[in-house]
Design a protein around this ligand. Structure first.
Ligand code: NI
Length: 172
């Protein structure tokens, strides 16, 4: 298992719509192992493959809290199949937008359909933090970021900040 480098805003990869995984194979398994290692190391509660530079529809997450037992979950081709009318506000962050946070409103509960590594179709109801995480990660698979849910002013401000940072690191 390897910790892979994270793709950081404003990298255009983050705006790519990821491809459906046709066949989960050994490379998929290795990618998922690396994603868990990268996610736990960060530390983060969710990661989309595009955030380590692979544009396929794979998500890892763990919405367990504090000292609770870990609940690693890998989802291949995840989709939201229903969502509650009730909404929840949560202060979100993103490993691709380090040290920036913003309150996002999303459905409190969602139904998620996905494949596991054996190609089995699974469905799961998620609420609370897990619901927020899976919606945030599925957004990533569609080239969308949590800052897209904020006001235009806030979004443009953070994008500018990261553009400047990237230019500085590029040696300009
Ligand atoms: Ni994110």
């Amino acid at each position: 298992m390897t910790i892979r480098p994270l793709v950081i805003l404003p990298d255009p990869l983050l705006r790519i719509v990821s491809d459906v995984v046709a066949n989960a194979d050994g490379a998929t398994k290795a990618l998922i192992d690396d994603m868990f290692e990268t996610m736990y190391d960060a530390p983060g509660v969710g990661l989309a493959a595009v955030q380590v530079g692979v544009t396929t529809r794979i998500v890892t997450m763990d919405a367990s809290r504090g000292d609770d037992e870990k609940q690693p979950l890998a989802l291949i081709n995840p989709e939201i199949i229903w969502s509650s009318d009730a909404l929840n506000e949560y202060e979100e962050g993103c490993l691709s937008i380090p040290e920036f946070y913003g309150v996002v409103t999303r459905p409190t509960k969602v139904g998620v359909r996905f494949l596991d590594l054996d190609g089995k179709v699974l469905e799961r109801e998620m609420d609370g933090l897990a619901a927020t995480v899976i919606q945030h990660e599925i957004d990533h698979l569609n080239g969308k970021l949590f800052i897209d849910h904020l006001s235009r002013l806030k979004r443009e401000r953070v994008i500018k900040k990261f553009q400047k940072q990237a230019r500085r690191e590029g040696g300009e």
